[in-house]
Design a protein around this ligand. Structure first.
Ligand code: UDP
Ligand code: MG
Length: 316
C-alpha cells in the first residue's frame, strides 16, 4: 500500500464527509493505493455514525473508536500502530489542512529521501491570540530540539516514512514534538513543506491557551529525558558533588578560622554565629540530596523497560 492517511478527530461530524471525498479524489487522480484511518477520540456527536457510513461506501476507509476522549497524541499513536502504507500522512479532521498537498509530500518522502516532512502553515488563518504565541513556541522548540529548519512543529499535516511511525511513541500531549521524538529515535532527515491553510469551516478548536503552558512543560520534560533520562547521575551527581564540596570547604574554613583565632589569642565567635556556617550546612545538605536523587534515578533507569531498546537501521 502506498499511503495511510491518519485523521484524529474529536467532534468533527460536519467536516468528515467533505474530508473523505476530498482525500479520495486526490488519491484516485494520482492512482495511489491508500487507506484512511479515522481515529475517533471519544466524540460525543455523530462522528462515529458518519465514519461507519463512509466506510460502507469506501472500503479504503477504516475507523477506530475510543471509548472516551484521550487526546490527539493517543489518537495518533493508535493510528500509527495500525498504518500499513509505505508513507504515512497525518491530517487534522477540521478541513484546515488540504489533501491536495499529499502527492508532493509523498514524493518528498519516496524520492527526496526524507524521513519526515512537516507542513508549514506560512500563511495562517487563525486568530492573532494563537499565531503570536505560536511563533515564540516554535522558536523555543527549534532551539531546544536542535532541529533548526522547522518553522511549525505542531502542524497537523505531516508525512512520515513508515519506519518512523513504527519506531516512535506519541503519548500525553507530545504530538507537538513529533519531529523531536523522531530525531531522538535517530531519524535525522527532517524536511518542511509550505502548505495551504484554511480557516476552520465547522465546529471550534479543541485546544485553549493552556496549550502553550503545557507545551512548554512538555518540551522541558522531553529535553531533560532525551539528555539525562538514561544517565540521571550525570546531572544530579555532578551538581550534588559540587555543592557538597563547596559546603565542605566552607565548613572547614569556618572551623579553621576559629582554631586560628583561639591559638593566637584573638577574639573569636562561636561557629554557629557565622553566616557562612549556615551556608556551608545548607550546601552540604542539598548536595547530598541531589546526589541521592541521582542515585535513585540511576536505579530507576537501570530497571526501565526500554533501557536496551536501540534503533537499528540495517544489519547484514
Ligand atoms: N483532536 C482530537 N482529540 C482531542 C482534541 C483534538 O483528536 O482531544 C483532533 C481534532 O478533532 C482535530 C485535530 O485534533 O482533528 C486538531 O485539533 P484542532 O483543530 O482543535 O486544533 P487547532 O487547529 O486549533 O490547533
Ligand atoms: Mg484545527
Amino acid at each position: 500500500m502506498d499511503i495511510s492517511v491518519i485523521v484524529p478527530l474529536y467532534n468533527e461530524d460536519e467536516s468528515l464527509p467533505e474530508l473523505e471525498a476530498w482525500i479520495r479524489r486526490v488519491m484516485e487522480a494520482n492512482g495511489f493505493s491508500y487507506e484512511i484511518i479515522f481515529v475517533n477520540d471519544g466524540s460525543t456527536d455523530r462522528s462515529w455514525q458518519v465514519i461507519t457510513e463512509l466506510q460502507k461506501q469506501n472500503h479504503n476507509v477504516k475507523g477506530v473508536c475510543f471509548r472516551r476522549n484521550y487526546g490527539k497524541s493517543p489518537a495518533l499513536n493508535v493510528g500509527f500502530e495500525r498504518a500499513a502504507g509505505n508513507v504515512v500522512i497525518t491530517m487534522d479532521a477540521d478541513l484546515q489542512d488540504s489533501p491536495d498537498e499529499i502527492p508532493e509530500l509523498y514524493r518528498m518522502i519516496t524520492e527526496e529521501g526524507y524521513d519526515l516532512v512537516s507542513g508549514w502553515k506560512q500563511k495562517r488563518y487563525d486568530p492573532l491570540s494563537k499565531t503570536i504565541p505560536t511563533k515564540l513556541f516554535n522558536a523555543t522548540a527549534r532551539k531546544v530540539s536542535g532541529i533548526h529548519n522547522l518553522h511549525d512543529f505542531n502542524c497537523g499535516l505531516k508525512a512520515y516514512r513508515k519506519d518512523v511511525v513504527k519506531n516512535i511513541e506519541v503519548y500525553g500531549e507530545m504530538h507537538r514534538y513529533i519531529p523531536y521524538l523522531a530525531k531522538n529515535a535517530g531519524f535525522s532527515r527532517i524536511g518542511e513543506k509550505v502548505v495551504h491553510h484554511q480557516a476552520r469551516k465547522y465546529g471550534k478548536t479543541k485546544f485553549g491557551l493552556n496549550r502553550f503552558v503545557n507545551g512548554y512543560l512538555d518540551l522541558l520534560s522531553l529535553w531533560f529525558i532525551s539528555t539525562f533520562g538514561g544517565k540521571p547521575m550525570h546531572i544530579f551527581g555532578f551538581l550534588g558533588s559540587i555543592m557538597f564540596l563547596i559546603g565542605f570547604i566552607a565548613a572547614i574554613v569556618v572551623g579553621a578560622m576559629k582554631i586560628y583565632a583561639l591559638n593566637h589569642g584573638m577574639p573569636y565567635r562561636l561557629v554557629t554565629e557565622s553566616p557562612y556556617f549556615y551556608i556551608a550546612l545548607t550546601m552540604m545538605l542539598l548536595g547530598s540530596q541531589f546526589f541521592l536523587a541521582g542515585f535513585i534515578g540511576e536505579l530507576v533507569a537501570r530497571n526501565a523497560a526500554g533501557r536496551n531498546d536501540y534503533q537499528i537501521r540495517e544489519e547484514i
